[in-house]
Design a protein around this ligand. Sequence first.
Ligand SMILES: [Zn+2]
Length: 375
Amino acid sequence: MSATLELTQDLMSRRSVTPADEGCQQVIAQRLAAVGFQIEHLRYGTVDNLWAKHGTESPVFCFAGHTDVVPTGPLEEWRTDPFKPEVRDGFLYGRGAADMKSGLAAMVTATEEFVRAPPNHRGSIAYLITSDEEGPSVDGTKRVVETLVQRRERIDYCLVGEPSSEKNIGDTIKIGRRGSLSGRLTVHGIQGHIAYPQLAENPVHTFAPALAELVSRVWDQGNEHFQPTTFQISNFNAGTGAPNVIPGELKARFNLRYSPVQTLDGLKKVVEDILRKHNVRYTLEWYVSGEPFYTSRGALSEAVSQAVAEVAGSPPKFSTGGGTSDGRFIAPMGAQIVELGVINATIHKVNESVSTADVDALHRMYYGVLKRLLA
Ligand SMILES: [Zn+2]
């Protein structure tokens, strides 16, 4: 068994359900310290973070990722214990196999190999690892980046090891992500007897035409790198439970996944203009979970693309699809960001798995990126 698979299994056997780290970062830190890294453990609240660095020169190349995993879900649906990693028919099963303990292991073993090989590399290699990516993401990467910015540390190239691949290892890398804007809406009405609607004001009825306009609206066409902006209702509640009462209010939650074609203020204005146009009486709280970011073609995306092609036989597709990632916190530092990891088909599911061959392929891809940027 390869060193990368062994380390993956060691990390997977630790029950690091978010925000727990369960010693994963200690294991990584020990391995990195042994090849000369400076180690810093940054604990904020209940969250463990690791910042490690090898070298002091520019450019700074940083591996980023997380040690926490999502809960297992119903244990009876797992064929094996989610925290007892098991290899079966060329696949490694267990929670975190794909998201993203194999990615962490591949970073560490690629780094060990690269740092040990003479001559000394140029620039610096850094690690930014958190145990709060699957949770609220408040005391994780975001806080570490704040600390780094205060210290005037910089990151030039950041490779996030999230599972980016779709059908084959390395077929897709992420070069950006859409933004995510959520709203918590309350529509105010007047409760009343359903037989006397003239004495009440039904918030479902006043909201209905506004909702129709919001869901049918073409927000934009996206651009060559981003899908069009989308609007989705995630939660919708009204009614007292009684069949003869007009509800007094309606509560809805919605989310916009938006491309850089849009601005936050612009989106908020459109939504509120539509509500006002339809005379909806409302209260609305906005939440921004991430602004969009995008890395234009440059040294990092070229190095990653070539490293993938060398191992996989063909270069990856560049994508900005999928949910947000911690890249959103690192992008404002001015870093180029690319996400490259294993196949994401089973992440967050029961019987999460990764192909053992893919784990070793990812190790070689990461090594190829280091070689191209820092040798
Ligand atoms: Zn992840």
